[in-house]
Design a binder for this molecule. Structure first.
Ligand code: IVH
Length: 704
């Protein structure tokens, strides 16, 4: 098989399958198509650098699926089509780990690490020890086994000796390869440890969805990942977008080396070498985040650096893990019954705190949902003062047994919204009071309603002021029409002053009047006007999302935009037709249907079109289209083959965006000659990929 760095070769094959070829005709052809799909999975999930769009991938996938349906006996277990398995209707089977999964000893500061280093030096009888430091992922630990290059078993940690067999669910983790070329290293069987995590972004989306469905959100991504791994329905696991990080090889059984071209690579003798091997075999191991250092001082510095950048990472970490790097020294140090002596966790400062629940306010959202918000005594958690926390709904208050006056434990996971983890009933004095839910809307006073299968009380008066304002705020927000100079504060102010009363009103604002308001100089009015004008040509999916139709998030909006040529086409679709679309169930379908059957909504859309909004899908708009859709770039230094402007135009043409500075929002920094401080800064942010001009050209080569 072609090496994955032959991007051009793989893209030529991809184009052939996309443009010229129909379904595979022979088993060998089917296997070639599988390899093409595996290459794109590797680009997408492993390198985070997709080279084709989702619809293009789907087209190739369907060709393979078509052939496999006609030849079911020729389907291989490692085929990209074989990630989805059958739902479990019994318990998970219990399996025994090849090597028990021990825990780690904890350390909390530089002194602890120095003490530990002293012991490691004494025990290993070495003046200086080489360490490998890597993030301590905050998720659910798993153990996976590959035999003859195929993923054969995945298990949860369980009690450390035995865990649950979650192989079927783990196949849904798209960055966990179903096949990996360990035979190159002469490996027949390998057991690998890792952590399954849900990224902060996926967690946020997941919780939003839970709340839209009237279910209480989960407290943190760790609980979300652990709960997802133990679900009975693998396709639901797939929807929740888990990722696996692999960080420890616990067992290896070797084949006879150098037979049939096997064993051509040497088995590493260091931990960092093992991580590199895992990376080269297609796993997400911490090769870009790790530091290999002689002695403990650099280790301490690296831990401190990561603690400072914790919030900039796309996933949660709760510390660092320091490991003795030489495997032979690890063996000499051995382990206790509880933990290895060659590794230690360095725990970051806790992100929990306690406070007192003083009162509850009830807020009305854009869908009329009434959300109780707990007002607590201000408490500092991870550098942020928290005084207000959503407590979601009546059921949540009951489940968490919350009372006014209670001491509560509050957790803030990075930039994830703070949550009340639990109350502490033991500290009650008897003066605590129950929380009563209102029966009428706190804003418009109409009676509240609750659907049978929901936990949320709603105000169903669509004219309710609170809902109208929230709908406008949502319409102008970043993921919707993205009207930059128009924030929540401005919307509220204009609404209160009677300058704005509905969504079309955004495009009829009286800039003369706004200019006369305090705090609105000419420049800010011009900026606002310009931003509003620009929003008229935003892609269709942003408008669909901005309408705030219940259960229609950004992904559904993108999918819908790809299926229509004009927004009002949605008016013609029945619930059944909507349900034929990807990932749309009865609830979402009837919500969309209901929205487009409401004459007021249709009138509003017609009004928006008259005011100049583009409700037609642009030719090139296919949601996630361009190769770099959603990706951000920055060029620094002098490029030798491209002019800076041309390079930037290439990125923009492919759907990417150019940023003006280095931050955690940057995906790629392309570095020319004499790159300076931007490069230095980017090196400190592990999620930024640094490319040479050559590598950038390779990435775009097939496009030109
Ligand atoms: S090494 C025998 N490395 O932390 C050594 N563990 O508190 C096995 N964890 O149970 C563990 N990131 O679930 C290791 N980079 C990392 C880790 C890591 C997260 C978890 C793991 C372990 C727990 C111990």
């Amino acid at each position: 098989m072609k090496a994955y760095n032959d991007v051009k070769g793989w893209m030529d094959l991809t184009r052939a399958w996309m443009d010229e070829k129909g379904l595979p005709e022979t088993p060998a052809e089917a296997e070639k198509l599988r390899d093409v799909l595996r290459f794109h999975e590797y680009q997408y999930y492993h390198l985070d650098r997709p080279l084709i769009t989702d619809p293009e991938y789907d087209r190739l996938y369907k060709k393979l699926e078509g052939w496999e349906t006609a030849h079911p006996e020729k389907v291989t277990p490692d085929s990209p089509t074989q990630r989805v398995g059958k739902s479990l209707n019994t318990q998970f089977a219990t399996v025994t780990h090849l090597v028990p999964m021990l825990s780690l000893e904890n350390s909390y500061d530089a002194n602890d690490l120095q003490d530990w280093d002293r012991k490691a030096r004494e025990l290993s009888d070495a003046p200086i020890v080489e360490y490998c430091v890597e993030p301590k992922y905050d998720g659910a630990s798993i153990s996976v086994i590959y035999e003859n290059d195929i993923l054969v078993r995945s298990a949860t940690r369980g009690d450390g000796v035995q865990g649950d067999d979650i192989t079927v669910n783990s196949r849904q983790i798209r960055n966990l390869p179903l096949r990996a070329p360990f035979s190159r290293y002469g490996i027949q069987t390998i057991e690998i440890r890792g952590e399954v995590v849900m990224t902060k972004k996926s967690f946020e989306n997941f919780n939003t969805q839970l709340m839209e469905n009237g279910q209480p959100p989960l407290a943190n991504p760790r609980n979300a990942a652990a709960g997802t791994l133990r679900m009975k329905d693998p396709s639901e696991v797939g929807r929740r977008k888990l990722e696996a990080f692999l960080y420890h090889v616990s067992y290896v059984a070797e084949t006879t080396p150098n037979t049939d071209g096997r064993g051509s690579e040497k088995l590493p003798d260091t931990h960092s070498g093992m991580l590199r091997m895992l990376w080269d075999c297609g796993f997400r191991s911490p090769v870009h985040e790790m530091l290999v250092a002689k002695g403990i001082d650099d280790v301490v510095r690296h831990c401190g650096r990561f603690e400072g950048q914790r919030d900039d990472l796309p996933y949660e970490i709760d510390g660092m893990v320091v490991k003795v790097n030489q495997l032979e020294v690890q063996e000499r140090l051995g382990m206790t019954t509880h933990h290895p002596r060659w590794a230690i966790a360095y725990k970051f400062k806790a992100r929990q705190g306690t406070s007192r629940l003083r009162s509850v306010e009830f807020q009305v959202g854009r869908t009329g949902a009434v959300t109780p918000v707990a007002k607590i005594d201000p408490v500092g958690i991870g550098g942020v003062t928290v005084s207000s926390i959503s407590i979601h709904n009546e059921d949540y208050i009951r489940e968490k047994d919350l009372k006014l006056g209670d001491t509560v434990v509050v957790e803030r996971a990075g930039d994830v919204i703070p949550q009340i983890v639990r109350s502490v009933p033991d500290l009650r004095t008897g003066s605590e009071k129950s929380i009563h839910f209102p029966t009428d809307c706190p804003v418009c006073r109409s009676p509240l309603f609750k659907e049978a299968d929901e936990a949320v009380w709603r105000c169903i008066n669509a004219e309710c002021e609170a809902q109208v304002v929230e709908r406008i705020i949502h319409f102008v927000s970043k993921d919707a029409l993205d009207i930059r100079s128009f924030g929540e504060q401005q919307v509220r102010k204009f609404y209160e002053l009677g300058l704005l009363k509905d969504i079309p009103g955004i495009y009829r604002l009286d800039y003369g009047k706004i200019g006369s308001l305090e705090g609105f100089g000419k420049k800010s009015v011009d900026n606002l006007q310009q931003a509003i004008e620009q929003s008229k040509s935003q892609p269709l999916y942003r408008i669909i999302y901005g309408l705030g139709i219940r259960h229609v998030g950004e992904t559904t909006a993108k999918m819908l935009a790809q299926r229509i040529s004009h927004l009002l086409d949605l008016k013609e679709l029945t619930v059944d037709q909507l349900m034929q679309l990807e990932d749309i169930g009865p609830k979402v379908a009837s919500s969309i249907y209901g929205f487009f059957q409401n004459i007021k909504n249709i009138q509003m859309l017609a009004e928006l079109e008259n005011l100049g909004l583009t409700l037609q899908r642009a030719e090139q708009e296919t949601g996630d289209a361009g190769t770099f859709q959603g990706q951000t770039f920055l060029f620094t230094g002098t490029l030798s083959r491209l002019k800076r402007n041309d390079a930037e135009a290439i990125v923009e043409k492919a759907g990417g965006r150019i940023l003006s500075g280095v931050s955690s929002k940057l995906n790629y920094l392309v570095v020319g000659e004499d790159a300076g401080s931007k490069l230095e800064k980017a090196k400190k942010i592990p999620t930024i990929r640094i490319l040479t001009e050559e590598e950038f050209l390779n990435l775009v080569a097939y496009d030109n």
